[in-house]
Design a binder for this molecule. Structure first.
Ligand code: PYL
Length: 269
């Protein structure tokens, strides 16, 4: 998973990209509506009683400036009560438990989890990102059943996305810079491993890009729907002209998905 940098997330607390408006125009749904769909909930939910603590974690490469405040803002936009603990790591975790919160969000260099204290269960960001961007793709594409969908990247997010899209009846192909990783998914999930990413990209209208790769517009199909959590993220002018939708944000869709999914572990469905 590529590590975020402060510049990539500096606009998240104030939602400077106005993500809901972008998603409404591309998918017909807000972040919260996409997250509820990904959590298998077919109605709105009032999360105002859900108390969440975001705990900064200093291990490994340490705190990312703006990360906890971004997670806090995203969770607040879902209607939940949220705060960033004063303490970090175990100190922050213990503060959250003493405060009697319902859910704790925290990330080290390997994992980002939304832990539901009551259910003693968590959702991780790899699944959350894969589900959130798969639901966005499905809505933007008007459904994926029976359609050819390309997943780029066979890492943690790409693998979850392969499983999700396959379960929805899509004809899934997967490609990775390491061909053996795509072949392993072919073996395990009965999807198609494609070796040449450029050929794969140029022959697919529906794409979930879970790799930190940057693709030239000449490879993008006219009317393509690209759901792309990968960071760093850049689509050139030609891509933007040709694509019907390019769905991207640096953190929000995955975080909202995991927060909603974990909240629902202890709420009426
Ligand atoms: C969860 C993000 C999504 C993409 N890459 C993942 C990443 O950057 N992980 C590292 C998160 C570190 C957070 C740091 C803090 O500020 O608490 N430990």
């Amino acid at each position: 998973m590529t590590r975020l940098t402060p510049d990539l997330i500096e606009g998240v607390p104030e939602d400077t990209i106005d993500l809901d408006s972008k998603l409404m125009s591309m998918c017909g749904k807000t972040v919260k509506q996409l997250a509820l769909e990904g959590a298998g909930v077919d109605h709105d939910v009032d999360f105002s009683k859900m108390k969440v603590a975001c705990v900064p974690i200093t291990s490994g490469m340490g705190v990312i400036s703006g990360f906890s405040s971004s997670v806090d803002a995203i969770v607040k936009r879902l209607g939940m009560q949220s705060y960033v603990t004063k303490g970090t790591d175990v100190n922050g975790f213990s503060q959250a438990i003493s405060d009697g919160v319902d859910m704790i969000m925290m990330a080290d260099d390997a994992m980002f989890v939304a832990y539901n204290v009551h259910a003693r269960k968590y959702t991780n960001n790899s699944w959350g990102t894969a589900m959130g961007y798969s639901v966005a793709l499905k809505n933007a594409a008007g459904g994926v059943e029976g359609k050819d969908v390309l997943v780029i990247g066979a890492g943690l997010v790409g693998t979850e996305a392969v499983k999700i899209l396959k379960s929805w009846g899509a004809n899934v192909s997967v490609t990775d810079i390491k061909p053996e990783k795509a072949l392993a998914l072919q073996e395990k999930y009965g999807v198609k491993a494609l070796e040449d990413v450029e050929v794969a990209l140029a022959s697919h209208k529906y794409i979930l890009n879970a790799a930190p790769a940057i693709f030239p517009g000449r490879l993008i199909m006219e009317g393509a729907v690209v759901s792309t959590p990968g960071v760093p993220h850049y689509f050139d002018e030609e891509s933007r002209k040709k694509a019907k939708a390019i769905i991207h944000d640096p953190l929000e869709i995955g975080t909202a998905m995991m927060a909603v999914n974990s909240a629902m572990y202890s709420m009426e469905r």
